[in-house]
Write a protein of this length. Sequence first.
Length: 136
Amino acid sequence: MDKGNHDYFDKTLVVDPDYKEVSRGDVVLFEKNNGEKSLSRIVALQGETIAIKKGQIYINDKKLDTFYGFAHRAGLDKEAYEESMQKELEEIFNYSMEDLTLSDDEYYAVSDNLFRGEMLLVKKDAIIGQVMGYKR
């Protein structure tokens, strides 16, 4: 997914429509309530509790220790971003969200550029398929 350099915005996605086993970290194509299609990364699974504290995602009170588990901008953490951009974005890097426990038919998805994209619940039956990559 896009980290701010827009390398892939004009590429055709390759989507596996037979995708059944949703796993944390998967990038999925899904239909939103308004009928628009979108893609995001699954970070929380059915029945889990997700919280965000000062830009860090927690699943069942445990830190999600992955490249997509914390607030970043252009692929950089807060310190590296401030050094490179000479700019502070406190509202992004200090974002917090109360605990949210998912039901048996829900997942929680975020864009890789956490706060530039979407953060939302995705119903199981809204998932169209797993994004496998793009055509060259």
